[in-house]
Ligand binder design. Structure first.
Ligand SMILES: [Fe+2]
Ligand SMILES: [Fe+2]
Length: 273
């Protein structure tokens, strides 16, 4: 998957892997001497990848071009998500984790493949295609930064990046509906429901790994985010969706200026917490 540049191959291989290995992914992936995955996954020639600062402003417009730009950006995020799931499976395959860990990420990889496919198809219906616009090259940074530590990977990828998706998706769905595009909105609703599951899975395995290492989950998460996440946590948070994922505000309360649990007078050097 990670060495296949074509998105269609990543999708097909992810689905095939789920069919072949569901329920016994650990036996397929947990090996001591498997080579490490590539530091960056293979990607197609298009879209052209730009640094985040060079990306054209997308705006919030309801126009066809605005909606295409939004869906193109989300399609790119889902392609990254396929690679992130496989990188996690391949990179941390040496760690002795319960078989359910591998099965969970096998299923997540297949769900990310479905998300990519749904959005890619929608782009086609709207008269565009994946690769027609430039895309953000910063998305793999979190994988690079956390390549040495599963706990850091779980803290940042599902519990910062995918949790952020839960915060912003309801507004996107509302805007698409208001723009008269219920089909795109329905795809995002499907993705939103699945992503609650991905955050839940990330939180479960994060807490499992904390338990194994004897670490307190919420404080450990905040320390890892401080160390490994380059961006800023941005309130407002979608407390309802985060709670559904079991990712409650004990973790991120200090990040939310509006949260009642925020201890008075707590500040940090970079204002993230
Ligand atoms: Fe996804
Ligand atoms: Fe996801």
């Amino acid at each position: 998957m990670l060495n296949a540049p074509a998105p269609g191959d990543k999708v097909a291989l992810s689905r095939q892997a789920l069919r072949l290995f569901a329920g016994r992914a650990a036996a397929a992936w947990r090996h001591d001497n498997r080579p490490l995955p590539p530091s960056r996954p293979a990607r197609p020639e298009a879209p052209k990848l730009l640094s985040p600062s060079a990306m054209p402003k997308r705006g919030k417009g309801a126009s066809l071009q605005g909606r295409i730009a939004l869906i193109h950006a989300l399609t790119h995020i889902e392609l990254n998500a396929i690679d992130l799931a496989w990188d996690l499976l391949a990179r941390f395959a040496r760690i002795d984790l319960p078989g359910a860990f591998y099965d969970d990420w096998l299923r997540i990889a297949a769900e990310e493949a479905l998300h990519f496919s749904l959005l890619e198809k929608r782009l086609g219906t709207l008269g565009s295609h994946y690769g027609a616009l430039p895309a953000h090259d910063g998305l793999w940074q979190a994988a690079t930064d956390t390549a040495d530590d599963l706990l850091a990977r779980l803290a940042v990828v599902p519990l910062v990046l995918e949790a952020r998706g839960l915060d912003v998706t309801p507004t996107m769905i509302s805007r698409l509906k208001a723009a008269g595009d219920p089909q795109s909105a329905a795809i995002l609703e499907r993705i939103y429901a699945d992503e609650i599951g991905h955050v839940s899975c990330g939180r479960r395995w994060f807490e499992h790994c904390c338990g194994v290492r004897g670490l307190p989950p919420a404080r450990t998460w905040r320390g890892l985010v401080e160390k490994y996440f380059r961006g800023r946590l941005k309130p407002p948070f979608n407390h309802q969706a985060r709670r559904l994922a079991g990712f409650d505000s004990r973790y991120y309360a200090l990040s939310d200026a509006a949260d009642d649990n925020r201890p008075k007078g707590v500040t940090t050097k970079n204002g993230r917490r």
